[in-house]
Design a protein. Structure first.
Length: 74
């Protein structure tokens, strides 16, 4: 992984740690709600990391545009 990706992973870990205390301070008890919030944060972080990696590699999930640039079939 590139350095930028590792920095994002570390920042994501740092963001998750105070999340528990933040949720408790606003009245959300530990348990399913805190777990769901943490899972949502991790999910967003993973989506961002995957998007950044795809952008860095220049890959696209659009198969039609890939097929247009591939040339004639063999």
């Amino acid at each position: 992984m590139r350095r930028v990706t590792w920095v994002l992973v570390v920042l994501l870990l740092i963001a998750v740690l105070p999340l528990r205390w933040l949720l408790e301070s606003v009245g959300v008890p530990r348990g399913p709600a805190a777990g769901a919030a943490g899972l949502a944060l991790w999910s967003v972080g993973i989506v961002v990391l995957v998007a950044l990696e795809r952008r860095r590699r220049g890959t696209s999930s659009d198969r039609t545009s890939l097929a247009e640039h591939a040339g004639p079939p063999r």
